[in-house]
Design a protein around this ligand. Structure first.
Ligand code: ATP
Length: 513
């Protein structure tokens, strides 16, 4: 059995070998934490975006979309707090010269205590069998109690330091816990410093006096600055939402784990504007809706969990992450935040414009509160890939790699294959393609043996392979081979369209939400 780490490596190389994801500018040895999506990757990514867009806008009469520019007036980022506070605490190890996020080092240490406790509990469960009382064991076993106390104390100290922005204390925690650099194994740490994650560039020529502007680190601000435009022109009534999909840029200190943490990535964000005082109800509503959206894809309900934030941003009054079980553990894929009226009030203050909503039912004006749902397209892509990737042993000692992608997301829906390259079979295959290509992404393949062609399609997750043979010319039937079961059926050409549609159409998925 491959370890999780080996599996993840195989997924990364599979993504490259089959045209899903390439390192950026690879002929120049790549650019750290920047990736390009290939011919199959872009289709999968587009399908994810389409699923999100339809679920948020089509299914909600009161949510509309926008597409704001990446460049924004620099004051935007003063108002939003990003210029002053979009920082990560970084620390260097003097021996390995490696840079780390101080908060991540400490969070990993907390996770180590959790692992120790879990191990003890697992061992005891095995030992005691049916009669095991986990709650009692956790309260009374001296080793577990000791780990738990240490964990809680560390957690509290860490939270305090983060909330107070106390960089010296963060360093002291790292020293006191004896955290070592995984590369050098030493505790030779520098002081902790703040590092702003925004990329900046200049707009205009220097002669005119160039202006320093930022590449947006999130798409949300494009929504806030357009609140009045959309509300007025769309005659939107609170509660209503604005959705957007677009690129965001962060100069991440430690960028690793493939497309999980990149310096250029894509977000799908929705800001939902509500009456003050109703925000926590809406927060709960969006938490549940977003989890349903994830689960409806069928990647496995047990792979999701909520992780409520301990450290709330100063403007937030509730926040949670939807985490997905990646090969490297449960990781954040989406954040859901109750952001109060912070953003709109800040923009009102910095722009000098009145940004309020007149509520005809209450007969009063107010600054709406906001619930945000924010999901990374690339992290979603990665979670789909990780759960779809399978290495299967087949009968007869053969093996295959198959991507069991949800059919609605698969880059190619069906591949049409003439059994041989002669006898009029390619022409018949083209006829079949023409029946399907206007509604589905279809490939044509006449090279190599049928077995090899099946493997190629398995590797990119194509749900159906359609083989045209000599009988097809007489009986107007084809052989359909299913990706996951590898079973084959004889199907009438006239029934193909409906067979494919019934599996790949997004409507059924959306109806489940
Ligand atoms: P993290 O704690 O992992 O850095 P975050 O809490 O800063 O993430 P948010 O600011 O809440 O992330 O951004 C919303 C979503 O955008 C995240 O849930 C994630 O899916 C995505 N995202 C954020 N940063 C990156 C990145 N560097 N690369 C890819 N996706 C990202």
């Amino acid at each position: 059995m491959a370890t999780q780490e080996e599996t993840f490596k195989s997924i990364v190389s599979h993504c490259k070998e089959y045209g899903f994801v390439f390192p950026s500018s690879e002929i120049y040895d790549g650019l750290a934490a920047v990736y390009d999506y290939g011919q199959n990757g872009v289709e999968l990514k587009n399908n994810i975006k389409q699923y999100w867009w339809a679920a948020m806008t089509k299914l909600h009469e009161n949510i509309v979309g926008i597409d704001a520019a990446i460049f924004m007036h620099p004051t935007t980022w003063k108002a939003s707090g990003h210029v002053d506070a979009f920082n990560d605490p970084l620390i260097d190890n003097r021996d390995s010269k490696k840079r780390y996020r101080a908060d991540v080092l400490i969070e990993d240490q907390i996770a180590k205590y959790d692992e120790k406790i879990d191990k003890e509990v697992q061992k005891a469960r095995k030992r005691f069998g049916e009669s095991f009382d986990e709650a009692l064991y956790r309260q009374t076993n001296p080793r577990v109690v000791e780990h738990q106390q240490k964990r809680d104390a560390l957690h509290e100290r860490y939270q305090k330091a983060m909330n107070a922005n106390d960089l010296d204390e963060l360093k002291q925690i790292i020293l006191d816990e004896g955290i070592v650099c995984p590369i050098s194994g030493t505790r030779n740490w520098t002081d902790v410093r703040q590092f702003n994650l925004m990329f900046s560039t200049e707009m205009g020529s220097t002669a005119e006096g160039a202006m320093k502007i930022y590449l947006r680190p999130e798409t949300a601000q494009g929504i806030f600055v357009n609140f009045l435009n959309v509300q007025k022109t769309g005659r939107m009534k609170v509660p209503f939402g604005i959705a957007q999909i677009g690129k965001a840029f962060r100069n991440e200190i430690v960028a690793r784990q493939f497309v999980f943490r990149m310096r250029e990535f894509e977000q799908m964000e929705m800001q939902f504007f509500v009456r003050p005082g109703t925000e926590l109800e809406w927060f709960e509503h969006w938490k549940q809706f977003r989890l349903r959206w994830h689960k409806a894809l069928g990647l496995g309900d047990e792979k999701y969990r909520f992780h409520d934030h301990d450290k709330l941003a100063h403007y937030a009054n509730a926040a949670t992450d939807i985490e997905f079980l990646m090969p490297f553990g449960f990781k954040e894929v989406e954040g859901i935040h109750s952001r109060t009226n912070f953003d709109l009030s800040q923009h009102a203050k910095y722009s000098g414009k009145k940004i309020e909503y007149f509520d005809p039912e209450l007969n009063e004006s107010y600054t709406p509160y906001v619930i945000e749902t924010s999901i990374g397209v690339d992290r979603m892509f990665l979670s789909v890939m990780c759960s779809a990737y399978k290495e299967e042993q087949l009968e007869g000692g053969d093996s295959r790699v198959v991507l069991s992608l949800p059919p609605v997301l698969a880059p190619v829906k069906a591949c049409v294959m003439p059994l041989v390259k002669k006898d009029g079979l390619p022409e018949k295959a083209r006829e079949v393609m023409d029946l399907l290509r206007f509604d589905f992404n279809i490939q044509y393949d006449e090279k190599d043996s049928i077995g090899k062609r099946y493997r190629r399609q398995d590797a990119i997750g194509t749900p159906f392979c359609i083989t045209i043979d000599h009988d097809t010319l007489n009986d107007e039937c084809v052989t359909v081979r299913y990706r996951d079961t590898m079973k084959q059926d004889r199907v009438k050409i006239s029934e193909l369209h409906e067979l494919i549609r019934s599996q790949v159409d997004m409507t059924d998925l959306l109806r489940k939400l």
